[in-house]
Design a protein around this ligand. Structure first.
Ligand code: PHE
Length: 469
């Protein structure tokens, strides 16, 4: 069983934080957050998003870590075990009775949906990571000859050339597959964690530059002044979808991470810290990017937003190319760490279910994900004529997976945790000798999963559905 070696992986508390933050922190914060905020009208959406992080994100994240930690397994095997199947996984069911057929069906399919979502997300995540690589290389090449770099030109070359995107995507996927196949990811994710301070410094410097533009006050008003009339029926669903994406909830990744945790880790605090740090980074990304959007009259929203704005900034600021190289290098490392988290999730589940050797599992996953990435990589060029619901392929996938599949899986997992797991084991995880209110905290958490957060996600999904018609 892989479990025996897993329990020793996060020997220190810092090791867990670095890996969990390395997985949470990625393109979701810098690439996706700003464009979703732009599409949803700014400040009111930011408030809604923060509200959802606290209300839904924190309890759900703790729930996924909990499922992994007490069952000592990844999502799919844990759900199959809960469905009453015979697996060599720790039994953490509260009730002895075998679940009803509908529940068994739900438990098995929710896990599969989580894994399919992970693979498709990884596919277009790899495409965007390829974009990051492209800008990194362009900036590196023109480091000593800054005139050679044209921010708009670099983006156009990329968008017009789908095969270049596919090539960069393959390079990225290959790198990720090699790292996972050789079991190097834990070292590397920690590395990503260590690189974060450098990244924070670079982001502070870029944000200061950005805030010195005359467009800054208008941009800050857009970002922080809530105009609730800008929200639509789709906004709550989009906020929840993004909360799950950025916190890596609803994929099964955090269940796998939970299974690697050592016994003494205090889960509520871990969940809360990961959520606050991740949200702070996203907000900071907004502060950095929106003055540039307003300044350059860029097209609001859309997956190209980050790549339209940051390269422009670095090409106008003194010494900007060095900042640009640093920024895209850190961004690439962050997206590498996140891609590894996604990839590892599929391989870990697969290995525990089917006992496939790590290297064979990794090669199969890489091949499937590569095939899935062909569509999104070519979506701005060869396949630009393919539109689904008025959107290009990449945007369609992003919307369908993040706003629908993720919330559905996350909802099922949270309800599994809330209703089916042994309460005694969960309550023990909240037991912290240092904090007196831990029993109350546990009760509030279970109550919120059962009666508050679940219904909120359902209502958000229903509103989103109504908005489709
Ligand atoms: N949370 C990551 C991001 O914001 C994406 C991710 C999801 C990474 C799931 C690992 C697992 O970019």
């Amino acid at each position: 069983m892989p479990q025996a070696s897993k329990t020793t992986i996060f020997e220190t508390r810092l090791g867990f934080y670095l890996a969990a933050i390395g997985s949470a922190f990625g393109l979701g914060n810098l690439w996706r957050f700003p464009y979703v905020v732009a599409q949803n009208g700014g400040g009111a959406f930011v408030l809604l998003y923060l509200f959802m992080v606290l209300l839904v994100g924190v309890p759900f994240l703790i729930g996924e870590l909990m499922l992994g930690k007490i069952s000592r397994s990844s999502l799919v095997p844990a759900l199959h075990k809960l469905a009453g199947e015979r697996y060599q996984v720790r039994d953490v069911r509260e009730s002895e009775v075998k679940p009803a057929p509908w529940l068994r069906w739900l438990l098995k399919n929710a896990g599969t949906l989580g894994l399919v979502t992970t693979m498709v997300v990884l596919a277009y995540y790899a495409v965007i990571s390829g974009w990051v690589l492209h800008f990194l290389m362009q900036l590196l090449v023109s480091l000593f000859n800054p005139e050679r770099f044209h921010a708009d030109g670099a983006l156009k070359v990329l968008l017009d050339n789908g095969w270049l995107q596919l090539l960069l995507t393959s390079v990225h996927l290959l790198l990720v597959a090699i790292i996972v196949a050789n079991d190097l990811e834990f070292g590397l994710e920690k590395w990503v964690g260590y690189c974060m301070p450098v990244f924070v410094i670079l982001m502070i410097a870029l944000a200061f530059k950005s805030l010195s533009l005359e467009s800054a006050s208008e941009a800050m008003q857009f970002l922080f002044y809530p105009d609730f009339s800008k929200l639509t029926l789709k906004s709550p669903g989009q906020a929840i979808g993004h909360v799950f994406f950025t916190l890596s909830v609803g994929f099964g990744s955090m269940v796998t991470f939970g299974s690697y945790l050592r016994e003494k880790m205090y889960l509520p605090m871990a969940g809360f810290r990961v959520c606050t740090l991740d949200s702070a980074i996203s907000l900071w990304a907004g502060v950095m990017i929106f003055p540039l959007v307003v300044y350059g009259n860029s097209d609001f929203g859309g997956p190209q937003l980050l790549f339209q704005t940051v390269p422009k900034l670095v090409s106008v600021m003194p010494g900007g190319h060095w900042f640009g190289v640093g920024f895209f290098l850190c961004l690439y490392l962050a997206s590498l760490g996140a891609s590894i988290g996604l990839f590892e999730n599929v391989v870990a589940n697969w290995r525990e279910m089917r006992r496939v050797p790590r290297q064979r599992g990794a090669s199969m996953v890489a091949l499937i994900v590569f095939l899935l990435a062909v569509g999104p990589a070519l979506s701005s060029s060869v396949l630009s004529g393919v539109r689904v619901g008025g959107r290009g392929l990449l945007e369609f996938l992003d919307e369908a997976l993040i706003n629908w599949c993720l919330p559905i899986t996350a909802l099922v997992v949270s309800q599994v945790v809330a209703w089916l797991l042994k309460t005694e084991l969960m309550a023990a995880e909240f037991n912290d000798r240092e904090s007196a209110g831990s029993e109350r905290l546990y009760k509030n958490w279970i109550f919120s999963l059962r009666y508050v957060t679940g219904p909120i996600v359902v209502i958000a999904l229903l509103l989103q559905l109504i908005a489709q018609f």
